[in-house]
Design a protein. Sequence first.
Length: 243
Amino acid sequence: MTASQPRALVTGGSGDIGGAICTALARQGAHVVVHANSGLARAQAVVEAIRADGGSAQAVAFDLCDADATRAAVEALLADGTITILVHNAGIHDDAPMAGLTDTQWKRVIDVSLHGFFHVTQPLLLPMGRQRRGRIVAMSSVAAVLGNRGQTNYAAAKAGLHGAVKSLAREMASRGITANVVAPGVIAGRLTDATFAPEQIRQIVPMARAGKPEEVAALVAFLASDAAGYISGQVIGIDGGMS
């Protein structure tokens, strides 16, 4: 990492989409902090792949649902320099029809996606503001736009990000900070491959295929770049025409 190198924090950076985002940001020249909740080994594997590709990265682990732990971890990262790019990719599924959804299932999913967004973003805003430069991208889902049976908790959590990001974009615009939402549809990876048969994907996705994590990552990397400095407060779908 060099003194002039931008620093990016990617929550949930060890999964299929998260790992692709980390790789894309590193190739764009950022030093990438790959976050995991507890699976530090997977985050470290992403770091090693980035380094092997000539990039710069480090791994961290903390629980986004724990406000104090998150603030302490963010402050430790800020001690090494300002973080000017935040991608909040962390999120979990715990699906069930709402009639059978438990209180724990509802709160746990919202805790990670929505409360986690606040916990990790809020400590970064004033340092970004002092630099007069920042890029914030929250990862949502087509489920937050269209709804999805069995995912009232997940759709609510992700839709909450839309309102938060649109408001944050207005608050921080004068400081050169953008905030946007990326809402993927069916994206290839471990979870999708286990959930959808190829014929199902052809039926529900107009483009008749699953998206690639690298396609999502390319959009995120663009929004994190200087070229996207006039794009803010947007919810951008990447779903093969589903929405």
